[in-house]
Design a protein around this ligand. Structure first.
Ligand SMILES: [Zn+2]
Length: 121
C-alpha cells in the first residue's frame, strides 16, 4: 500500500517582485555637469555655490544656500568648464582662480585609489 506521504510539502517562499511599483521614474535628482554637459546623479557631482556675498566656492555639503552649479570631480570636466567659462556663466559671478585649485584637489582625491581600511572596527 502507499506510505503516508503527509508532511513533505515545502512551502517555497520566493520574494517575487511585484510589478505595481514600476513606472515612477528614478528618484535620484539629476544635474548637468558644466564640463561635459552630461546629466549625472546629483550625488556624483561636485556642487559649486555662489554664496550671498557673490563668491563662488566649493560646496562640500551639497546643501549650502545660494545658486548652485555642478561639475564632475574629474580633471577633464574641470578643464572644460574652466576654458568655456561655464561656471561664470552659470552662476553669473566671478570665479576665483583658487577655486579651480580646490576643484582639482578634490578631483585628484576622487581619482585616487581608495586606501584599504581595516574592516573590523
Ligand atoms: Zn562632466
Amino acid at each position: 500500500m502507499s506510505a503516508g506521504q503527509d508532511f513533505l510539502q515545502e512551502q517555497v517562499t520566493l520574494s517575487a517582485p511585484q510589478d505595481g511599483d514600476r513606472g515612477g521614474g528614478p528618484r535620484t535628482p539629476n544635474r548637468t555637469c558644466l564640463g561635459c554637459r552630461e546629466e549625472a546623479a546629483k550625488r556624483t557631482l561636485t556642487r559649486l555655490v555662489r554664496g550671498l556675498d557673490g563668491t563662488v566656492r566649493l560646496d562640500r555639503t551639497g546643501r549650502a544656500p545660494g545658486r548652485g552649479a555642478y561639475l564632475h570631480p574629474s580633471m577633464g570636466c574641470i578643464e572644460l568648464a574652466r576654458r568655456r567659462r561655464a561656471l561664470e556663466r552659470a552662476l553669473k559671478a566671478q570665479v576665483d582662480t583658487a577655486l579651480w585649485g580646490d576643484l582639482e584637489t578634490a578631483a585628484r582625491r576622487e581619482a585616487a585609489p581608495a586606501t584599504a581600511l581595516p574592516e573590523d572596527g
